[in-house]
Design a protein around this ligand. Sequence first.
Ligand code: HDD
Length: 717
Amino acid sequence: MKNANKNKEDYADEKQKDLEINKSNAENQFLTTNQGVKINDNNNSLKAGERGPSLLEDFILREKITHFDHERIPERIVHARGSAAHGYFELYKSMEKFTKAEFLNDTSIKTPVFVRFSTVAGSRGSTDLARDVRGFSVKFYTQQGNYDLVGNNMPVFFIQDAMKFPDLIHAVKPEPHHEMPQAASAHDTFWDFISLMPESMHMIMWVMSDRAIPRSLRMMEGFGVHTFRFINKNNESHFVKFHWKPKLGTHAVVWDEAQKISGKNSDFHRQDLWEAIDGGNFPEWELGVQIIPEADEHKYDFDLLDPTKLVPEELVPVTLIGKMVLNRNPDNFFAETEQVAFHPGHVVPGIDFTNDPLLQGRLFSYTDTQLSRLGSPNFHEIPINRTVAPMHNNQRDGHMRQEIPVGRVSYHPNSLGGGCPFQAKIEEGGFASFNERIDASKVRERSASFSDHFSQAKLFYVSQTPTEQEHIMKALSFELGKVETPSIRERMLGLLTKVDKTLTAKIAKSLGMEVPKDIEKPINHGVGADDSGKQEPTIVKQSIETSDTLSMLKTPLDPKTIATRQIAFLCADGVSAASVDNMKNALKQAGAKAIIIAPHLGTIVAEEGTEIVVDQSYLIASSVLFDGVFVPGGKGILSLKNLKEVKEFLTDSYAHCKFIAGEGEGSEIIMLIERKEDKVNKDSGILLSDKFADENLAGAFIHALGDHRYWEREDNL
Ligand code: HDD
């Protein structure tokens, strides 16, 4: 029997121990059928004569092919493309005052977790770098049962009511008649829907920002999105918003880069996560909470139950309460990453729901979807899903049941089984829902407190730096530029004027359109979500005008870090080994990695006569897969002048605002970038030195890389 109250120090390993039971290893074993019969020939089917027909009797062939025919399960209807890892969560300080959830009370417990990141719209094999929301799901295997925090990398959502979710997803998925485009929102049906759903405008600002194209899954924030409740031992409730803050900072790539990465390496994020964990660079996030007393429920300019709104950190600060570390890759993608089943309704005593109508709908959807995806109500028995807490109930049977319940009793109450399993009192850890008082008429309506669709969209936009605003403008121009139906673009321009007029004018210019004149009521054109006129958007005066925490660039890490960044070294035979080594060692000390690129794989011979091992050839390497570039000195480096890949590499690095450093002859190669000379001289993102193995250059380069990109360059491109 499982016993959850194990030695606390060991608890972080509890899920791994639990998974061990199901692991198999074929090392030094015979090949067998599923029935354990040893197979003598795995190459030829049983035939009537060596040139004759195959025989139905061949149970080995039939078993093998039947199994193969059924190896796929339906992919997730949303979030199909994902990558996951194991780890643990560790609490900094007890939250006992607010919640009785034991994993948030006892700082000595390390709770095992399994975390899956995903894109939303694309199918299982689609690119990692799609412009999209990223899913951020955490399964905590707590001693009181599984708790799933199923969130995203953006703190708000497109819609306010689960009733609209299938419509949203149908609109963003490939269009039904020709199944195009894959993993992209830049098409008519998505923007048709959005242009008729003013409530989506806040989320649209986030999705059109660089948050939708993260540099790494390890460098993005996570959010629980909805307002949840913490319940303490005295049954008092506090509202709570959950945040994950990455220890490596929040960083993105640029859109042109994202598109190129999709071609060069569509597994970019998956590979980055896998390799970081494999190499011992364990990704970490801190868990933050915003806690709001019940009494403050109606204190804000927005409704806490509205998932299209966030609580600005200026109004309610985020308290960091613990840390999550991902330290182990899965053993098997299908068994773990594919079969894991998350559910916002998997809560433990001390955590409860609010009446957010999006959350309420989710509470139905997630079990339902597992029934068709995993095929049985017994999906909780799949190793990755099963709790490490003791689990006993009278649920029986069903497809693929693994458990063998003993005894004759499968009902409650019973006397034949001694009343077991018995109900737990609240003080024994029994879950009891928060007894919120509800006295209401049954209505199919939305609260008027949900009607301000533009103020937080505006707050987000004005809180961004000019660089970030420019990226939002370009993203919208790109997406709407792909829309073929003029009236959809026009409706979008109408909605955008409610967010920012200058932004709209720039997008209109790029689309070759006029900003619609009659913008006072541009919303639904009589065909929108609210044809009844019951939900006219309103504008509520906001208590704050900007919020710096909404901007990635205004909230750099302090101190900055370049840990785990990949820096390309453009090399060739005759490179200066001293120049390479100096920069490589300096980067290594700062936690970054040098990747040696040369015209061919194998080794190159340095000016000093030593050999340098090559990591990638120019055929394979591409600037978009790196965070910065260094061209070392040495006479042989001049041969790179003739390589078109090198010119392309540097030109892309320059266009994507990456930091570029060069030493000695390397500086000459950097001059291959096509640009006007005077601009280069003013470009502090290009660092050059005449000296070899220049320590100052290395220091300056590392310092610069801490800023991630040299955005000032964008004005000159
Ligand atoms: Fe959802 C999967 C996040 C609204 C219905 N959702 C899914 C996953 C994430 C989210 C991260 C992937 C889980 C995994 O890695 O396996 N979903 C969200 C967030 C939402 C949201 C943050 C809004 C705040 N979702 C939402 C609504 C519904 C669903 C309103 C339906 C009413 N979501 C699903 C689903 C999925 C899912 C169909 C597909 C696969 C799965 O559940 O297990 O049930």
